[in-house]
Design a protein around this ligand. Structure first.
Ligand code: ADP
Ligand code: MG
Length: 697
């Protein structure tokens, strides 16, 4: 693509995003006339407020723009970060800090990892070159492709070039600028003329894009003119003004169209034209309203020729604004086919029209009978993927402690397309699972919330019908604590996740574990299929135990450690495809009952059964290090993390049990988040796990 004289561009990766480019730079060899247009969102971002206060100007040299983090809604730190970035880039470019502007796009409400941008400034400056495409790539967020446009025109006998790049995607709705766009030209233009030409172009282009009716906090349109073409400066009154304004308008319209076409999750570009309106403002508002209507957009996704929704939007807007418009006198065309005229539906062949609407671009034309003003708006369809992208946006886009944002698709909600892919993947796994023994420790939040209990029960039944042989070992958690307090036993003390259990406490523990939790869980599992069998560790001497002494000789009361597992009882049940549900109380050689930590019980049972899998369901995503999920860890590393205090509390008991299970020959051990519905299924039946996998080495 041809770029204007004296401009260079860069796009690099500075580490805001995990792997993709995230930092762009536009630089002019000489000072530029600069104009800027910004979102009117009252929550606008720090770089927007900064640039807005400094434009228009005549001495701008550079604009630095990052993606991945919008530097919005983070308080005064945001303003300081803008200054720091501008200063660092100015330093690297050997120009005044006042001549550098900043723009940001990405996650809002999270502080910019400013040190990464500052550190990358020299690299960014060194990367400058003619490659405007790299800069366009570096400002992308959920955009699937870079957006570029250029024009070369002759002004006053000299050739000048205007080249621009933009990003759009979601949170894109009209109201001043609606995207990040950067226009650069070597033509000489006065600040007033530049401001006016761009403002005019935006009204008919970026302001007519409607992806999702949500106004962004960061939208900015910048225009830089460095005058190196050598023409006499174009002023609003010179005859050349119209030529320049038209070229700018063409570029903005082209970018606007690319933005709508690449709207989040979009499968189709929708072009809405409204004509015959009383005035241009009304025409524009109506066109944008049709393009933004969720019902119209959903119909376009389904190739549904539902023209009535179009007229309903027009009528709704006209009625609420009290505009003198009668929608019944309108003519409506879909894909050029007249569907409504002369106050009634034309009765066109809906099937033929439906076929036409499967095209990647759909036109909606509304010809009103109230005037001669017209307008055009660009929108897109509303696909399942739009919901998917935005339903999961902040949970999947994770900012780590050092500010890097990355996507964790493993927890994503699945659209029908994904579901198909998932099923194909799952089915290919299922055959491998026939007769696989998996011990599932049921604990954490999944034991408390009704919807999670139900989804856990469904999952276990589903695993069983897929041929897997599950054994459930449950904990007691909040239920025991609650009952103890109710019965006046006071607060339990925990040592590394193990409950100190007095002789009297043991009665309550056993009552709750075996009497309540176990029977409730068995009932729940047996609601849809009658295969669950409740077993106490005392039954058939399943769990033989002796008193466990805590670290440093500490007395833990009636807490036991498993000395032997009578797995024959479980074998008998598994052979007949029953699902054993084990309450972790043990029987001592001394005839005493013992409270056994459920994590430990699950590990011992898995070893005794030679289970292939051991899964711990808990109330965290897995093992966390510095707040970040560790998706895989070796036994040795895990030992280290217990020793260095990264792992504390309940996770200590879990980790020690896991180490014991691995040592005892269990091939794979997982810790997964019981708060995510169906995490057990996701863990077993998909290629990538969802929590922490502990490896032998
Ligand atoms: P469960 O009912 O599943 O046994 P616990 O409360 O006994 O739950 O154990 C899980 C808890 O361990 C987590 O809720 C968390 O507070 C704590 N924990 C301590 N250190 C870590 C760590 N490094 N990673 C994850 N969880 C940890
Ligand atoms: Mg625990």
């Amino acid at each position: 693509m041809r770029t204007p004289r004296g401009f260079s561009y860069a796009g690099i990766h500075c580490g805001i995003k995990a792997a993709r480019k995230d930092l762009a730079l536009v630089f002019s060899d000489v000072p530029c006339t600069a104009a800027g247009f910004f979102t009117v969102n009252a929550s606008r971002a720090a770089p927007v407020r900064d640039a807005e206060a400094r434009l228009p100007a005549t001495s701008v040299r550079a604009i630095v723009a990052n993606s991945g983090n919008a530097n919005a809604l983070v308080g005064p730190d945001g303003d300081r970060d803008v200054r720091a970035v501008c200063e660092a880039v100015a330093g690297a470019l050997h120009v005044e800090a006042e001549s550098v502007l900043a723009a940001s796009t990405g996650l809002i409400g999270v502080r910019l990892p400013v040190q990464k941008l500052v550190a990358a400034a020299p690299l960014l400056a060194a990367a400058l070159g003619p490659g405007i495409g790299l800069a366009a790539e570096a400002v992308m967020t959920t955009d699937t492709r870079p957006k570029l446009a250029s024009r070369t025109i002759t002004v006053g006998g000299v050739e000048g070039t205007i080249a621009a790049f933009a990003k759009g995607s979601g949170m894109t709705a009209p109201e001043l600028a609606t995207v990040l766009a950067f226009l650069t030209t070597d033509l000489a233009i006065t600040p007033r003329a530049l401001q006016r030409a761009v403002a005019h172009s935006i009204r008919a282009s970026f302001n007519m894009v409607n992806v999702d009716n949500d106004m962004s906090t960061n939208d900015s349109v910048f225009a830089l003119a460095n005058g190196l073409a050598g023409n006499a400066p174009v002023d609003e009154h010179t005859s050349e003004y119209a030529v320049v304004a038209e070229a700018i308008e063409g570029i903005c319209a082209e970018l606007a169209r690319q933005i709508a076409e690449d709207g989040e999750g979009a499968t189709k570009l929708v072009v809405v034209r409204v004509a015959g309106a009383p005035d241009v403002d009304i025409a524009r508002e109506l066109a944008r309203a049709v393009a933004g209507s969720s019902l119209v957009k959903a119909a376009m996704f389904g190739a549904d020729p539902n023209w009535a929704r179009v007229l309903s939007v027009v009528g709704g807007r006209a009625g609420s604004r009290k505009w003198p418009i009668d929608p019944t006198r309108a003519t409506v065309l879909l894909q050029g086919t007249c569907v409504f005229a002369d106050e009634r539906p034309t009765g066109t062949d809906a099937n033929a029209l439906r076929a036409k609407m499967r095209a990647p671009q759909i036109s909606i034309d509304v010809q009103l009978a109230e005037g001669d003003a017209d307008a055009m708006a660009w929108g897109c369809d509303l696909s399942y993927d739009y919901v998917k992208i935005n339903a999961d946006y902040t949970s999947l886009t994770q900012a780590s402690a050092d500010g890097t944002v990355s996507r964790d698709d493993r927890l994503t909600n699945y659209s029908p397309g994904f579901k198909r892919a998932l099923l194909v993947e799952a089915l290919s796994y299922i055959s491998r699972f026939t007769n696989t023994r998996a011990v599932v420790k049921y604990g954490g939040a999944a034991m408390v919330k009704d919807s999670l209990k139900t989804s856990f029960a469904n999952d276990i039944n589903l695993l069983r019908s897929a041929g897997l042989l599950p054994v459930v070992v449950h904990g007691g958690g909040p239920e025991i604590t609650h009952t103890m307090e109710m019965l006046g036993h006071g607060k339990s003390e925990f040592v590394d996740g193990v409950r100190v259990t007095g002789r009297d406490d043991l009665k309550v523990v056993e009552m709750v574990l075996t009497g309540k939790i176990n029977t409730e869980l068995v009932s729940l599992l047996n609601q849809s299929s009658a295969h669950a069998v409740g077993v106490s560790g005392k039954d058939a001497g399943l769990l033989r135990a002796r008193r466990l002494v805590g670290e440093g000789g500490r007395d833990l009361g009636m807490v036991g450690e498993v000395t032997h597992v009578n797995h024959e009882l479980l074998e008998v049940l598994l052979d007949k495809k029953y699902v054993p549900v084990v309450s972790p109380v043990g029987l001592g050689e001394d005839g005493e009952g013992y409270n056994i930590n459920a994590d430990a019980a699950a590990a011992e049972i898995a070893i005794a059964l030679r289970a292939e899998k051991l899964i711990y369901l808990t109330d965290v995503p897995g093992i966390l290090d510095n707040g970040e999920l560790v998706s895989e860890i070796s036994a040795a590393e895990l030992t280290g993390k217990i020793a260095d205090g990264t792992i504390r509390g309940g996770m200590v008991a879990k980790s020690k049990s896991i180490l014991r299970a691995i040592e005892g020959g269990v091939a794979s051990v997982h810790i997964i988040d019981g708060r995510t519905p169906h995490s057990v299924i996701a863990e077993l039946f998909t290629d990538r796990g969802v929590g922490t996998l502990v490896r032998r080495d």
